[in-house]
Write a protein that binds this ligand. Sequence first.
Ligand code: COS
Length: 381
Amino acid sequence: MIDFTLTDEQLAMREMAHDFAEKEMRPVAWEYDRDATWPQQIIDKAWELGLMNTHLPEEYGGPGLSYLDGCIIEEEIAWGCSGIGTTLSCNGLAIAPIAIGASEELKREYLGRLAEAPLLASFCLTEPDAGSDVSGMKTTATRRGDKWVINGSKCFITNGEYANWYTVFAKTDKDAGHRGISCFIVPRDAGVIVDKHEDKMGQRASNTATITFPDVEIPLDHLVGEENKGFKLSMMTLDRTRPGVAAMATGVARAAWEMAMDYAKQRVQFGVPIAMHQGIQFLLADMATKVHLSRLATYNAATLLDQGKRNTLESSHAKRFAADSAMEVATDAVQVFGGYGFIKEYKVEKLMRDAKILQLYEGTAQIQRLVIARETLLPRQ
Ligand code: COS
């Protein structure tokens, strides 16, 4: 049975997240974007309300919400501000490999920390020379006595400057391609260096840093899952988190569409509000369709996860379509505003800048197409 009718609990959760986005995020979002302000107060409040770590299992102190629940929250939060939204949701990336593959001791220690305080954890996969091509990574983990020694550098790490611990992927067998990658938990106090704080085009209230591991020693038991099985863990993680990015893209698109509608109803040209002109109506209608279909694709990808099914294809469909749509809708919203859309005072330009990263992080729009092509041309048996 196909039914995306939200339950009373989901409707209440959506209302709570929307209220938070409207009252706590929007009033400061444009100022935080301008100054690239770190949103610590918002993190603390969101954590208090259970709007962070949504998939953290209850047995480790988390809310243990479903993937669909998480997407419902993420759409509202990104409607408020996707830069702050990225900050709030990014623990999900660091948590997923741990929840899938780590030992009970590691789960209790590191997932427990996120449940006990508003702490952040970062997912360290990307490197300067290994973005889309994950198996091209150069960071290594070498066994020395009773320690793993990590060497290398990871870039574009969300929340990197503020993370309490890192989920790090590194080569444990340099000659084995994707079959030589393993996953580790690295506590920040193990000697991690935060190198560079990026100055970004959009989502400026989120933190993006380079993290370097210079001979960083961690205990042998900080290996997550099996040695040399880290690549699959990273892919399974992205299957779980890409619907969340699609949800955020839906939120950004919805915000842009709403702003464009409001403006089109007040702006008078040729003696009538521009919303009366068919050229503008068609733009607004296409925006509405893209928001609607982005949400449906997101719910579909999340629901498959909640049913315990593999969702690689649907996750890439949702992430690809929603992110491209957010960029298109935000660009068209600026178009509806005409010249005013290009002026910062009118706010809509932020959404166009924020939308761009949705087509880049957690797999570019081209990588999503590559996954879709592989999954449809050569479907798994
Ligand atoms: N779930 C489980 N296993 C998966 C998987 C998935 N979603 N995707 C791939 N695998 C497995 C494959 O089955 C294959 O298994 P075997 O070792 O048994 O053969 C293995 O992983 C390698 O897969 P593949 O050959 O497809 O790997 P590629 O090197 O060609 O990489 C892409 C595939 C490009 C899709 C992958 O590297 C990718 O997603 N890149 C983008 C990374 C990204 O999103 N970066 C953003 C960083 S996070 S902000």
